[in-house]
Design a protein around this ligand. Structure first.
Ligand code: SF4
Length: 512
């Protein structure tokens, strides 16, 4: 089971939104695990949970083993499910981004925690090769993932309407490469070497989709798509006759330049999400060398504007509050960027140090991780660290200022005017309304920081007592499962990335 939502939807409006968006976030590896289990002769069930209905009741009640995939924000729900399955003597295995980032903490709830997976490792797990309370990792590079044809039952479950046919939002997840040549200190792929997967796999998948689901949208889950640009795009170019599959991907600006842009258009790239991150850092992957500040803004704006002539949908990813940010300059530069590129939707992230990254180890060493902050809050609108150059209340004021700028009526009108594609215009509308509700959440935290001295002391790192607000939010998020996780359980075990597991062993795909 892959968890794609941190909480239950509370209205039909939200449920519809999740059906159109979250449902399509399903990852490839949980689907691969279901395929491998089936190929090994097991009876396998696969589900994704996107906030609708009871997650546990969507699977049979007599499972021998349950594999749960979760990212950090949804880990409390994964932990609660592990508690329920443990009562039924089901062997519990956690994988996915949270297992990779915080294996020690996950081991408090799961029998096995997998940080790196492949078919042979899954076979060993099913043979009972590892003792309980173990962190396991494959030391082999992943080269073999099931084809779309093999994953079709899982793709139908996760991405199709009623498990039968593609609908408006369907995006079939594909992978053409793993890892990344860059080493951004906040990214969990910072030390994962880039490798192209066998291109025959991509050829096969596209041929299958063209034959059975012509024109269906494809979503590349590569951390940094088409670093080997020509090799990858040659495969997309050589698709068989018929309507081309529109595709979505995430890539560095440094990869997307010159004549390559025309190739993106020719192969029907419809949405790209480049990471700009900051005006003061990470310039290399933005393709501007060491340039920062106003000159970086000028060059990136030009680049994004040119990119928009070839690719209709752009999402610009930025982080505000990094150590390199100080004063008003990043706010003003970001606002100027938003003004000049209204067609690009900006995602303004709060810095979150995930385990295993240099950013996390640095913050842990320097006492900048907020002690006791549950993992449920490791994402906007919450702040889980102390910032180097901003008091928490001031930080939220500046964040609100940026978000207000991007969601004004005037900006929305400019966005709609500069976006010719009808579907993308609807997306801009929905995201603008969602942003207004995000601003309300920022204001709520800001109000507490200015009126409640305990909240302020906690966020300034002067107190370790988690404010009641977070306990209430946590219980609200877990809904009927809240009683399964005690207040003590909510406190994450934060250890350096290199720390050995406490009472267990790390096994490199080796049987005991
Ligand atoms: S370029 Fe993207 S995928 Fe690569 S390390 Fe940086 S954030 Fe991660």
């Amino acid at each position: 089971m892959e968890l794609l939502a941190e909480t239950w939807t509370t209205s039909w409006f939200q449920a519809t939104g999740y059906y159109l968006t979250r449902k399509q976030y399903a990852s490839i590896m949980p689907q691969a695990i279901a395929v491998w289990c089936r190929q090994m002769g097991h009876e396998a069930y696969y589900k994704t949970w996107y906030g609708v209905g009871d997650p546990k009741s969507s699977l049979p009640s007599d499972l021998d083993v349950v594999f749960i995939a979760a990212y950090t924000q949804v880990s409390p729900l994964a932990y609660a499910l592990a508690r329920l399955y443990a009562k039924e003597k089901t062997f519990t295995v956690l994988g996915g981004p949270h297992a990779k980032s915080f294996p020690h903490d996950s081991l408090r709830f799961f029998d096995l925690v997998v940080t790196q997976c492949d078919k042979a490792l899954i076979a060993d797990i099913l043979l009972g090769a590892f003792p309980k309370r173990t962190i396991v990792a494959s030391d082999r590079m992943l080269t073999d993932i099931p084809t779309v044809e093999e994953r079709l039952p899982e793709i139908k479950t996760s991405a199709f309407m009623r498990g039968k046919r593609p609908y408006l939002s369907t995006a079939v997840p594909l992978l053409s490469s793993v890892g990344c040549p860059y080493a951004c200190n906040f990214c969990t792929d910072w030390n994962n070497p880039y490798a192209l997967l066998p291109l025959e796999l991509l050829e096969k998948d596209l041929a299958f989709l063209t034959k059975h689901y012509p024109g269906v949208m494809v979503s590349f889950h590569d951390p940094n798509f088409a670093v080997k640009f020509d090799q990858t795009l040659n495969v997309l170019d050589a698709q068989p006759e018929g309507p081309r599959h529109p595709y979505i991907m995430e890539s560095s600006l440094s990869v997307l330049r010159g004549p390559r842009l025309q190739r993106l258009k020719d192969t029907r790239c419809v949405y790209v999400a480049p990471g700009i991150e900051s005006w003061a850092d990470y310039s290399n992957k933005a393709g501007v060398g060491r340039i920062t500040g106003a000159e970086k803004l000028r060059r990136v704006t030009e680049h994004i504007t040119e990119l928009h002539e070839y690719v209709p949908g752009i999402q610009a990813n930025l982080i505000f509050g990094l150590d390199s940010d100080a004063g008003d300059e990043p706010v003003e530069l970001t606002k100027e960027f938003l003004t000049q590129t209204p067609f690009a939707w900006p995602v303004i992230n709060i810095p979150v140090p995930f385990g295993g990254t240099p950013l996390y180890d640095d913050h842990l060493k320097n006492g900048r991780m907020l002690k006791g902050m549950p993992f449920a809050f490791y994402y906007a609108p919450y702040l889980v660290t102390t910032l180097k150059n901003y008091e928490p209340a001031v930080y939220y004021e500046k964040l609100i200022e940026i978000c207000q700028h991007l969601s004004t009526r005037k900006m929305l009108i400019r966005r709609l005017r500069t976006t010719p594609n009808a579907g993308l215009r609807i997306l801009h509308l929905v995201r603008t309304f969602a942003m207004r509700s995000r601003i309300r959440a920022y204001r709520q935290v800001h109000a507490m920081l200015t009126t409640d001295s305990q909240v302020r002391a906690y966020h300034e790192g002067r107190s370790d007592t988690l404010p009641e607000f977070y306990h209430r939010e946590y219980e609200h998020m877990l809904g009927p499962y809240a009683s399964l996780i005690s207040r003590a359980d909510r406190t994450p075990e934060l250890v350096p990335s290199s720390a050995p597991p406490p009472a267990a062993k790390v096994k490199l795909a080796e049987r005991v």
